[in-house]
Design a protein around this ligand. Structure first.
Ligand SMILES: Cc1cc2nc3c(=O)[nH]c(=O)nc-3n(C[C@H](O)[C@H](O)[C@H](O)COP(=O)(O)OP(=O)(O)OC[C@H]3O[C@@H](n4cnc5c(N)ncnc54)[C@H](O)[C@@H]3O)c2cc1C
Length: 246
């Protein structure tokens, strides 16, 4: 069985009005690297229609605005990995996106899909969490689109589950431009074969005092990858842990 319609909207209004009209019978697709595999593996049946969000104007951009770095939901891991603003202010995100799959996957897979899929081991998500990122949730109210920023952790319900309704989608992510003396990084422990889920993914951001002598703030995001770790994480409400010190 395949979907019967494939839509390529050019605006958030168009995309969300379509999703709303289908009332749950349509699904968002971005790079398709998680979704199409789910259909192929029979994890769930394809919906009546797919709404491709990579054709929406502006959703593939990274900008700096009012002290925030804003990353569109349809930006690919390849673009994030190399982007000067991300490398300068969000190394943890650049590093986490640089290890997703192989080059073919990274060229089409998006940060929005990585977050929306809500796997505890999602590398890009872990990078964003350490940077204190917020998610922009866009909602169709029947007449127009309303977008609000909320903490990234707030959209996770459990492993593989997000809180988005059929008339909602992720528009973008944002994290603050880093304070002076601040740095971040990401790393993960993999099984030797390297293509299965990681054992653990970790990202951290640390701010030192002006003398560079002691840490005054630190944020750590940890994502479990092993099957038993995922099932343990499912008993908690968060797909990744984040701690704020200092
Ligand atoms: C071979 C292979 C290796 C992989 N390796 C890794 C890895 O090392 N690390 C890792 O983290 N992931 C990995 N993945 C998983 C996947 O590539 C990433 O999670 C990717 O970022 C998903 O993005 P996508 O654009 O392809 O999402 P899609 O498959 O298009 O969508 C995934 C889900 O998100 C929803 N969605 C997409 N965009 C939005 C939006 N804007 N708003 C709301 N919902 C949305 C879709 O409806 C769907 O439910 C791998 C996948 C493959 C096939």
């Amino acid at each position: 069985m395949r979907w019967q319609a494939y839509h390529t909207p050019h605006s958030l209004d168009e995309a969300l009005a379509l999703l709303s009209d289908y009332a749950g019978a349509a699904q968002i697709v971005a790079g398709g690297t998680d979704l199409i595999l789910d259909f192929q593996q029979g994890n769930h049946a394809p919906p009546q229609a797919l709404v491709d969000v990579t054709t929406i104007r502006g959703l593939d951009q990274i900008i700096e605005e009012d002290g925030w770095i804003i990353v569109g939901a349809a930006v690919t891991h390849t673009v994030i990995e190399a982007h000067p603003l991300i490398r300068r202010y969000g190394a943890a995100l650049a590093e986490s996106c640089s290890v997703v799959g192989g080059p073919q996957v990274r060229n089409v897979a998006t940060i929005g899909g990585n977050v929306a899929h809500a796997l505890p081991a999602a590398d890009g998500t872990i990078g964003l969490l350490a940077l204190g990122a917020e998610v922009q949730v866009c909602t169709w109210n029947g007449i127009a689109v309303e977008c609000t920023w909320q903490p990234l952790l707030s959209i996770f319900v459990g492993p593989g589950m997000n809180s988005l309704a059929p008339n909602q989608m992720i528009g973008a992510f944002r994290f603050p431009v880093q304070e002076p003396h601040t740095g971040s990084a990401f790393d993960r422990i993999m099984r030797p074969q390297g293509v299965a889920l990681p054992i653990l993914g970790v990202a951290a951001q640390v701010t030192l005092d002006a003398a560079g002598a002691r840490a005054v703030a630190a944020a750590i995001a940890v994502g479990p990858g092993q099957a038993d770790s995922i099932s343990r994480a499912g008993k908690r409400s968060d797909p990744a842990g984040r701690a704020q010190l200092g």
